[in-house]
Design a protein around this ligand. Structure first.
Ligand SMILES: O=C(O)C1=C[C@@H](OP(=O)(O)O)[C@@H](O)[C@H](O)C1
Ligand SMILES: C=C(OP(=O)(O)O)C(=O)O
Length: 408
């Protein structure tokens, strides 16, 4: 399904409810499978969380996780400790290009039995569940934090817990801290000192408890972009958010101040208001190693405002749903932008040039579709395979329509 966004204007003062964080949900679903005393409120209705949920209750040998990277990594660790069970974990063609060797090597060092079924270092993999008897492992931390979170999530079920030593510059740190915070909130003891993370084994039963997932901050980014591209005075309220978030993408509130947006927390909601237009000479400079999922949104906001934007810390973007650096450059250039990329950075030149009626390719990447949609406030635009949004935000187009977007 392609979507055409005609030139649109937002209804002011709207309120939108956003589904639970995909990252928090996928962690808590796995923890709930290990500790059934846990109940979860506001679980994400994203495809990736539904796939995670189904995989955890499935009794099939073959589990296909489609495009869900977090689920792929977390389930690799989960099935490695399901004693006596054989599981084949596979995914979409792109998933078979997303590396998993660092995690598989670490699990094997702890005693796991995992083999590659096609290409070394990549899914599909065959896992024979066993008791992992070792408890110390060192792994490279600069490729994806998901490998680290996967190990931490199963750690309290290992006989002696886990002592993880991280090598190299640690990437996407807030996601590691989110995992540790959720473990602590259910009662598991953890510590993170310098480059060593320790998780104690959980020997007693956890008490029954209900945890509430905060709404997804990466999804909130598209509303920040919308408000940034709207006239001064426009505002929107989105729910349900907390002042103290576990999600690193909550840094949006700080980043979008530069684009003239204020964020006010009230009654578990945030109100985004456009209070000024940024100076045309503004150069947006950011290191996004802690918040890689909002890079596409920010690049498109800067383009829509005609601003120069230089972002570093983007080394993980090449191994996500698509090579997001190449995808951003290709699609922004179709619209008239000038973009240079390296393996870890993107530089967008300032320009008022904006071609209209361009068809944006989405490369099976939900964030390509959602990041480019707000440009519909400036020029008519087509989004190819617009249903990719369901990977993290199935109601995305309904919500955009309800606040004034003219979609065909
Ligand atoms: O742990 C998580 O929930 C995630 C970690 C990040 O991945 P990397 O650590 O690979 O950057 C992020 O991009 C992804 O969308 C979700
Ligand atoms: C990178 C993402 O997800 P995953 O790695 O879980 O596929 C994302 O949602 O932007």
């Amino acid at each position: 399904m392609d979507i055409r966004i005609q030139k649109s204007k937002l209804h002011n003062h709207q309120k939108i409810q956003i589904t639970g964080s995909k990252s928090e949900s996928n962690r808590l679903l796995l923890l709930q499978a290990l500790y059934p005393q846990i109940s979860i409120n506001n679980v994400s209705n994203s495809d990736d969380s539904v796939l995670m949920q189904n995989a955890l209750v499935s009794e099939d040998e073959l589990i296909d996780i489609h495009h869900a990277g977090t689920a792929m990594r977390f389930l690799t660790a989960y099935f490695a400790i399901q004693k006596g069970r054989e599981t084949i974990l596979t995914g979409s063609p792109r998933m078979k290009e997303r590396p998993i060797k660092i995690l598989v090597d670490a699990l094997k060092m702890l005693g796991a039995d995992i083999t590659y079924l096609e290409n070394d270092g990549f899914p599909p993999i065959k896992i024979v569940g066993s008791e992992l008897t070792k408890h110390k492992v060192t792994l490279q931390a600069n490729v994806s934090s998901q490998y680290i979170s996967a190990l931490l999530l199963i750690a309290s079920k290992l006989e002696n817990g886990l002592e993880l030593t991280l090598k190299g510059k640690i990437t996407s740190v807030p996601y590691i801290n989110m995992t540790l915070s959720l473990l602590q909130s259910i009662g598991v003891e953890t510590s993170f000192i310098e480059n060593t993370i320790t998780v104690k084994p959980q020997t007693t039963n956890l008490k029954p408890q209900t945890l509430t997932v905060e709404s997804d901050w990466s999804s909130a980014s598209y509303f920040y972009s919308l408000i940034a591209l709207s006239p001064v005075g426009t505002e929107i309220t989105i729910a349900a958010y907390k002042d103290k978030s576990l999600q690193g993408d909550s840094v949006l509130a700080t980043i979008y101040k530069e684009f003239g947006i204020t964020t006010t927390f009230k009654d578990e909601s945030i109100r985004l208001q456009k209070i000024s237009n940024p100076d045309k000479k503004l150069k947006v400079e950011l290191d996004l190693k802690n918040a890689p999922d909002i890079a596409q949104t920010i690049a498109v906001t800067a383009f829509g405002l005609g601003l120069e934007c230089y972002m570093i810390g983007l080394h993980t973007l090449k191994i996500k749903e698509t090579d997001r650096l190449v995808a951003l450059k290709t699609e922004l250039e179709k619209l008239g932008a000038q973009v240079e990329i390296t393996d870890l950075s993107l530089h967008l030149q300032p320009s008022e040039n904006r071609n209209s009626n361009i068809k944006i390719a989405t490369y099976n990447d939900h964030r390509m579709a959602m990041a480019f949609a707000p440009l519909g406030l400036k020029v008519p635009i087509d989004i190819e395979n617009a249903d990719v949004v369901s990977k993290s935000y199935p109601q995305f187009w309904e919500d955009f329509k309800s606040i004034g977007f003219n979609l065909k």
